[in-house]
Write a protein that binds this ligand. Structure first.
Ligand SMILES: *Cc1c(COP(=O)(O)O)cnc(C)c1O
Length: 401
């Protein structure tokens, strides 16, 4: 993976050789996230997108507190999906006015915390309106709300669809006018709309199409709004390449399209700030998962490298987090980057289940106990998206370098 250089046969993470980093961390397995790569990604987005577009970090992709803190000081807002994430975002110093809260099952207690914090709540159900009205009255603070719309279209070629058709997310577009009426009647502070159609998309033209349709839908719905639209979150869904043959997302057409939307918004929704929210795209390529090989076994001519890490820390790489057909994440032996002798081997974890597979029959440098296996593209949906309690192994360590 080109984002991490190699020196003297060792991968460098944040400028530190992998062996030295492992010694510094003091144990394996661990995740390491590279600050410079996070910064580069933010800079690349700012360069490609119009300056008026606000960048929000959807912290469910990686909620490590130090990383959220790093992001909070560099992006324009943080999107949270629970009161637990809200606490991390507030602790990280994010401005409450620039925090938004989405989620299909917000508890009354979470809604109360959100109103008290002064953040923007993306309303996803008629049920939330009277709860927010009661809480607003009790606290003497009007709830700031946007409506999360389940659009009447889908994000084409998306890895995970989260809008269009029947969905548990948001309110179906056709019922939004009625919801807006209730929000107005309840005296909540209406601020805008949130549309999120899907995740992990590598096709710029699909993202452009979804953003155009989202903008058109928001314009229609704005006619029913009890107050001017000040905040229009057009979602994200920007993907990163994981598997052979996948190409990086081309930001060029997305930037031009957003410039066009910003131009139209200037007259049609003059008070609106255009926001996109990204998780994986900000952090995914900046992180690696590192585990140490414990054993090398040959079973009927097939080589297994048995590592101290596996699916309990990295469910996504094992293929059990939303993959339909299992494919290998990019994997390397990080302390043998110059090796010339290779073999076909499977990298497996210590769990007593055949699902604990990090690389299936991959060509890797010949490796054995003590070597460090590295899974790239691991900065998003890693530690926090894995069943760490499964089989009772120690929890993973995370470092930001
Ligand atoms: C999961 C999620 C995101 C982040 O998605 P990525 O694919 O990681 O960019 C953004 N917004 C909402 C509402 C989400 O649920």
């Amino acid at each position: 993976m080109t984002q991490f250089p190699v020196k003297d046969g060792e991968l460098l993470i944040g400028g530190i050789s992998l062996s030295q980093l492992a010694a510094r961390v003091g144990r394996t397995p661990f995740y390491a996230y590279d600050r410079q790569l996070l910064n580069q990604r933010i800079d690349a987005l700012r360069a490609a997108l119009p300056p008026q577009v606000k960048l929000h970090y959807a912290m469910k992709a990686n909620p490590m507190p130090a990383l959220v803190c790093h992001m909070a000081s560099r992006v324009d807002g943080i999107d949270v999906a629970s009161a637990g994430e809200l606490k991390v975002a507030l602790d990280a110093g994010a401005n409450p006015r620039e925090i938004s809260f989405a989620g299909p099952g917000k508890t009354d207690a979470e809604l109360r915390q959100a109103v008290a914090a002064g953040i923007l709540i993306n309303v996803e159900s008629f049920r939330e309106v009277p709860v927010l009205a009661t809480v607003s009255q009790a606290l003497g603070l009007p709830a700031r709300v946007a409506v999360r719309v389940n659009p009447d279209f889908e994000l084409k070629s998306s890895g995970m669809k989260m809008g269009g058709g029947p969905k548990q997310f948001g309110v179906d577009a056709e019922h939004v006018p009625e919801l807006l009426g209730q929000i107005g009647a309840a005296g909540l502070a209406f601020e805008g709309f949130h549309l999120f159609a899907g995740s992990q998309n590598l096709k710029a033209e699909s993202i452009v199409e979804a953003q155009q349709k989202s903008f058109a839908l928001a314009l229609k719905l704005a006619e029913f709004a009890p107050a001017p639209v000040r905040f229009l979150n057009l979602g994200g869904g920007f993907g990163i390449p994981y598997f052979p043959g996948e190409q990086c997302l081309d930001l060029g057409p997305i930037g031009s399209n957003l410039a066009d939307i910003v131009g139209q918004a200037a007259t049609k929704l003059p008070e609106a700030e255009i926001v996109i929210e990204l998780g994986r795209y900000f952090v995914g390529e900046a992180g690696v998962y590192v585990c140490r090989i414990l054993d090398r076994k040959v079973s009927r001519e097939h080589t297994y490298l048995v590592a101290d890490g596996g699916l309990h820390h990295h469910l996504s790489a094992s293929g059990n987090f939303g993959q339909v057909i299992r494919k290998n994440y990019p994997v390397a032996i990080g302390n043998r980057m110059d090796a010339t002798e290779t073999e076909s081997a499977s990298l497996v974890g210590p769990l007593c289940t055949p699902l604990d597979l990090l690389a299936d029959r991959m060509t890797l440098p010949k490796a054995g106990p003590g070597d460090l296996a590295v899974v790239f593209q691991s900065g998003a949906y890693g530690a926090s998206a894995s069943p760490q309690g499964f089989l009772g192994h120690p929890a993973v360590t995370e470092v930001l370098i």
